[in-house]
Design a binder for this molecule. Structure first.
Ligand SMILES: *[C@@H]1O[C@H](CO)[C@@H](O)[C@H](O)[C@H]1NC(C)=O
Ligand SMILES: *[C@@H]1O[C@H](CO)[C@@H](O)[C@H](O)[C@H]1NC(C)=O
Length: 275
């Protein structure tokens, strides 16, 4: 009775450890939020709890909360593949669980013209450097004008512009222009503020640790629980009269000697187990 109570307690604690987190992080195979049509894009919900049923959804100009695999993309569980991205795939993408929990969202813009502005698909950390690339389908080393919120901020000879020590004031809508090619679609750059904790290590390290911990708990808990169940049921087994029975199926071409040796071997093993 004592054993059962402690077993139940252990089960309860481990299930708490296993399954309290219910979050997902959306990642995209592309590092840029703008792309030319025809590319392959892989979107993935990195979840703590796969049983929460995370699926990919998007809002475009024509769809609202459209689920991957229904009208767009090819669903592979909690990830999604767009094998030939087109202009109509431009929109905001996110992961949503069965209960309605949502992940971060990501803007994807597929260019209609021949110029794109490659800006980070994920928010930029305050204080980091960021480089924006202005590209055409055939070249990425062209004289380019960069605009922020509609005003020209810089002209760069090689098509890329680096902003050092990004601050909140750099957040905004960016476009670029290449003469004789035209203008890129606009891209919103989000600047995330550094967490204001007193802890010196970078923010990603503890977060990563939490993910790793959660992952290992998820892998080990079922194993741990089943081991506990096995151990407890073994203990409750009636003792005696249930010695393992060695079985040897004789094959037709085996010699009697060989069979005898094999049988001895099995007996030796079972004997070892019991003493
Ligand atoms: C998607 O569209 C719906 C309906 O317009 C809106 O409520 C929701 O906030 C949108 N989601 C995102 C992530 O923009
Ligand atoms: C997506 O773009 C819109 C404006 O175009 C912006 O308001 C929004 O914050 C962006 N979302 C993300 C996650 O970057």
């Amino acid at each position: 009775m004592m054993e059962e109570t402690s077993l139940l307690l252990l089960l309860f604690v481990s299930s708490l450890l296993c399954c309290t987190t219910n979050q997902a992080n959306l990642t995209v195979s592309s590092s840029s939020s703008q792309m030319f049509k025809g590319g392959f894009v892989y979107l993935s919900c990195e979840e703590d709890d796969s049983s929460a049923g995370w699926t990919l959804r998007r809002n475009t100009t024509t769809e609202t909360r459209a689920e991957c695999g229904v009208k767009w993309g090819k669903s592979t569980g909690s990830s999604c593949i767009i094998s030939y991205i087109q202009r109509a795939d431009s929109g905001v993408y996110w992961c949503e669980s069965r209960e309605g929990a949502t992940s971060n969202s990501i803007n994807i813009t597929v260019a209609g013209g021949s110029v794109i502005l490659q800006s980070p698909v994920l928010p930029v950390m305050e204080g980091d450097d960021v480089t924006l690339h202005c590209k055409t389908e055939t070249s990425n080393l062209l004289l380019a004008d960069f605009y922020k919120d509609g005003s020209l901020i810089r002209t760069e000879p090689a098509g890329h512009m680096t902003i050092h020590h990004v601050s909140k004031s750099d957040e905004g809508l960016y476009t670029c222009h290449v003469s004789s090619h035209g203008e890129s679609p606009p891209s919103w750059m989000t600047v995330a503020s550094k967490p204001t904790t007193t802890a010196p290590p970078p923010a990603s390290a503890p977060l990563q640790l939490v993910f790793i911990l959660a992952y290992h708990l998820m892998v080990f808990c079922p194993y741990f629980i089943s081991t506990l169940i096995m151990v407890s049921s073994y203990r409750h087994r009636p003792t005696g009269n249930d010695l393992p029975v060695p079985m040897a199926i004789p094959l037709p071409n085996q010699t009697a000697e060989g069979l005898a040796e094999e049988y001895d071997g099995i007996m030796a093993v079972t004997t070892e187990h019991h003493f």
